[in-house]
Design a protein. Structure first.
Length: 151
C-alpha cells in the first residue's frame, strides 16, 4: 500500500533522477508539423543551413518530452494539484534524433498558501540532459500540493 504524498512530505533539497526517452526523427517532424513548423524542425537540410547543424526538436517538443517523463515518475497517489506556471525556461542545447533524454528534478523551496490553508506551493528545478550529460533544457515549475488533512 502506498502512502499519499502531501505538501508536508516534500522536502527542500530532495533530488530525483529518472527517465530514458529516445528522441526519433519521426516524432520531431510530427510535433513540428503540428505545433512549430519552422524549417529546421522539419528537415535535416534546413537544420544544416541554420546554426543547429541538422534537424532538431522544437524547444516546446523538448519540454513536452520532459513533461512526459515527469508525469511517468510521479507517485500514483500524489496530492499534486497541477501548476499555475513556471519560471526561467531555458533551451540550452538542441535535441537531435537519436538523443536519449533523462531528467534531474530538485526541490528548491516550498511555501504554505496564505489564502488557501489546504494548499502549498512547491518550487522545483527540472533539468534534462542528453546521453552526453549535456544540459539541454531547464525550467522551474511551481506545483500546487494539497496539505495533509487534520485528523
Amino acid at each position: 500500500m502506498t502512502t499519499k504524498q502531501y505538501f508536508e512530505d516534500v522536502e527542500v533539497g530532495q533530488v530525483q533522477e529518472f527517465g530514458d526517452y529516445k528522441v526519433t526523427e519521426e516524432e520531431i517532424i510530427e510535433f513540428a508539423s503540428k505545433y512549430d513548423p519552422q524549417p529546421f524542425h522539419l528537415s535535416e537540410e534546413a537544420g544544416k543551413a541554420m546554426i543547429f547543424g541538422g534537424l532538431c526538436a522544437s524547444g516546446w517538443h523538448t519540454c513536452s518530452m520532459v513533461m512526459r517523463m515527469v508525469v511517468d515518475a510521479m507517485p500514483q497517489d500524489s496530492a499534486s494539484m497541477g501548476s499555475p506556471g513556471l519560471d526561467e525556461l531555458r533551451w540550452l542545447k538542441p535535441v537531435f534524433p537519436g538523443d536519449r533524454l533523462r531528467v534531474k528534478s530538485t526541490i528548491l523551496d516550498k511555501k504554505e498558501s496564505r489564502s488557501r490553508k489546504d494548499l502549498g506551493s512547491v518550487f522545483i528545478l527540472n533539468e534534462a540532459y542528453n546521453q552526453k550529460d549535456e544540459l539541454v533544457v531547464s525550467f522551474k515549475p511551481i506545483v500546487l500540493y494539497r496539505r495533509r488533512p487534520a485528523d
